[in-house]
Design a protein around this ligand. Structure first.
Ligand SMILES: NC(=O)c1ccc[n+]([C@@H]2O[C@H](COP(=O)([O-])OP(=O)(O)OC[C@H]3O[C@@H](n4cnc5c(N)ncnc54)[C@H](OP(=O)(O)O)[C@@H]3O)[C@@H](O)[C@H]2O)c1
Length: 219
């Protein structure tokens, strides 16, 4: 099955790289594009067998599961543009939390899913939050789950907890990175420790804490 990507900014790129690292798909199965095409060609430089398409419509012509990785603001226009080209066979996957599965369904005639990734998926770690529409076939669900199991722990969520679940799973890394940065800065300002030493200690501490939690030795 071919997979499409419309939008290869930060998150689109992270997902493509993660799927490559997690051996979830072959390069030949990926059909990608971006408003500024150069960004898609930059990905192709690293994965030469990925297909770069000149337009969003071309992606939909070649792929069945199509990830839309634009900012929420651009999503309605992109879907309006794609609508005449979508059939029952397509499944649109949005990665943005502010637009609900019901809203997505109202914009396209095919099945839709929303999967909220996290930057931690780049290390094939962390969770992904999945919500599927009733129009999704068993095959769509299986493919989406297979893709995300290769890079994360997929967790199904219902619409009402979308905001808080995204804050915990997807925004969490930004909050904690900021906190750790402040932790390091304070240590360097207040004591003779070097920035390099403080960074090493803080990094090892957070990795160790993750291991404790993973092994359920600490909750
Ligand atoms: N960043 C995160 O940690 C994170 C985590 C979970 C979910 N998300 C979600 O991921 C989505 C993307 O975020 P991001 O940080 O990756 O944003 P981003 O870096 O700005 O990427 C968005 C990409 O969409 C492209 N684009 C815009 N309009 C387009 C169009 N009409 N056709 C094709 N491509 C188009 C942009 O192209 P240009 O190069 O021309 O600007 C840009 O490369 C957001 O909805 C966000 O909520 C992000």
């Amino acid at each position: 099955m071919n997979i499409g990507f419309i939008g290869t900014g930060n998150m689109g790129t992270i997902l493509i790289e993660s799927f490559m690292n997690g051996n979830a798909v072959k390069q030949e199965q990926l059909f990608i594009t971006n408003r500024t095409l150069e960004k898609a060609y930059n990905i192709q430089k690293r994965y030469p067998n990925i297909h770069v398409m000149p337009t969003n419509e071309e992606v939909v012509k070649h792929a069945t599961i199509v990830f839309i990785c634009t900012k929420p603001l651009h999503m309605p226009d992109v879907l309006k543009q794609l609508r005449p080209h979508l059939t029952d066979h397509h499944c649109i996957v949005s990665i943005t939390s502010p637009i609900s599965v019901q809203q997505l369904e109202s914009l396209v005639p095919c099945s839709v899913a929303r999967v909220i990734p996290s930057i931690t998926n780049r290390a094939l770690a962390g969770s992904t939050l999945i919500t599927v529409s009733e129009r999704c076939t068993e095959a769509d669900r299986t493919t989406i789950e297979h893709l995300f199991r290769s890079i994360s722990r997929p967790i199904y969520i219902d619409e009402p907890i979308t905001r808080i679940a995204s804050d915990l799973a997807s925004c969490g890394p930004a909050f904690f990175s900021y906190l750790i940065q402040k932790f390091i800065d304070a240590a360097v300002q207040q004591t003779p420790i070097t920035k390099e030493q403080a960074t090493t200690l803080a990094t090892e501490m957070i990795i160790g804490l993750g291991a404790l939690l993973e092994q359920q030795l600490y909750t």
